[in-house]
Design a protein around this ligand. Structure first.
Ligand code: KG4
Ligand code: ZN
Length: 356
């Protein structure tokens, strides 16, 4: 029987995922086993760089301009047409409202046009489940439950991942996200935006023991984060003018890595059932951070796992995969009336689930 003669329910699973919640426009198609049939990410970094950060209005317009062409290219690469899709997923929060409206609105349009289910995906759920895509890691994917450390320019959280749709935030930042702290420290040191990778390169030339910087909340109960005191200390040291930029960078990076490792250790103590520590977000690219977190995980006898970098940062594979996980878990699709949510705590996904 040819595919065209099959009924809708017999068609092979093909999920289009769309991501436009911040400054990356992304599309991906996955099959029911999580095989990535095609994917693409367009970064808007160049559009925002001269403003030293993401400008929401520019981001929304750029998503609007880029998404239709990007989705068409990704489908083409996968050898599919819109008619072959069995579901469509769009990031519906948290994030910048303009981009969320563009991404999830486009996904709803596809759902209406093709009569297929629409999934309104929580961006954080996407990050939380990425490491489970079969074949992604050089070891078996993590089984539930595991600890997620989400360390990006927009997020800084410890999350207990207990199942699909079942997440508990154990700790979060009281001020900036850790990537933001990297970017601000880098700016003070005269580096271009986004400064994290530049700061890491500068730190490699420096000596972390020369400039002692505070380690906010180190040893404190719980696993919240705070970076403002460290940021202020960097500003003061730069203003004083008595230290080399590379030593300040190295001192800053060492302080961040030590705090993250301490917070991860506390999170594991709060969540002893965790079978692994999964790291996601752009800051997971940082070698010193990764090494410190790997040590903290090993001290509790669990592995630290990080998806390949391109899937650690914002992408649409994770959005399509979250929909595949939801389909497999028997969770329902979302209403076309689902409104995008700039704030959307992960715990609120639980309300749609049956109690265990
Ligand atoms: O996950 P991501 O690409 O985007 C979101 O914020 O959603 O993370 C970007 C952040 C930026 O703040 C960037 O400076 C930081 O990750 N980053 C790094 C490194 N690479 C990216 N921070 C420290 N060291 C790095 N190597
Ligand atoms: Zn993200």
């Amino acid at each position: 029987m040819g595919e065209s003669a099959m009924s809708k329910s017999e068609r092979p699973v093909r999920v289009l995922g769309l991501e436009a919640s911040c400054d990356e426009t992304a599309a991906a198609v996955l099959d029911g086993q999580g095989r990535i049939m095609a994917e693409a990410v367009l970064s808007q970094e160049a559009e925002h760089a001269r403003f030293g950060g993401v400008v929401p209005e520019i981001a929304a317009r750029a998503h609007l301009a880029a998404l239709p062409g990007l989705a068409a290219r990704v489908l083409d690469k996968a050898g599919l047409g819109y008619g072959d899709l069995t579901a469509v997923a769009g990031t519906a929060g948290p994030g910048l409202i303009g981009g969320l409206i563009v991404g999830s609105g486009f996904a709803k349009g596809v759902a209406i046009a093709r009569g297929i289910p629409f999934f309104a995906i929580n961006h954080l759920e996407g990050h939380a489940l990425t490491a489970r895509i079969p074949g992604l890691l050089d070891q078996p994917p993590p089984a539930f439950p595991y600890l997620l450390l989400l360390l990006s320019g927009g997020h800084c959280q410890c999350v207990a991942v207990e199942g699909v749709g079942r997440y508990r935030r154990l700790g979060t930042t009281l001020d900036d996200a850790v990537g933001e702290a990297f970017d601000k420290a880098a700016k003070m040191l005269g580096l271009p935006w986004p400064g994290g990778p530049h700061l890491e390169r500068l730190a490699a030339q420096g000596d972390a023991s020369v400039v002692a910087l505070p380690r906010p909340l180190l040893g404190r109960q719980g696993c919240d984060f705070s970076w403002s005191g460290l940021k202020t200390a960097v500003a003061q040291r730069v203003a004083k003018g008595d230290a080399r930029a590379e030593d300040i960078a190295a001192g800053f990076q060492a302080a961040v890595a030590a705090v993250l490792a301490d917070r991860a250790a506390h999170a594991l103590a709060m969540f002893p059932a965790a079978t692994a520590v999964v790291v996601a977000g752009g800051v997971a690219a940082n070698g010193a951070v990764r090494a410190a977190l790997a040590r903290a995980a090993a001290a509790r006898g669990v592995p630290m796992l990080a998806p390949p970098l391109r899937l650690c940062t914002d992408n649409a594979v994770m959005i399509a995969w979250a929909a595949v996980e939801r389909l497999h878990a028997g969770l329902p699709a979302d209403s076309l009336g689902h409104a995008p949510r700039p704030r959307w705590p992960l715990e609120e996904l639980l309300s749609g689930l049956a109690p265990i």
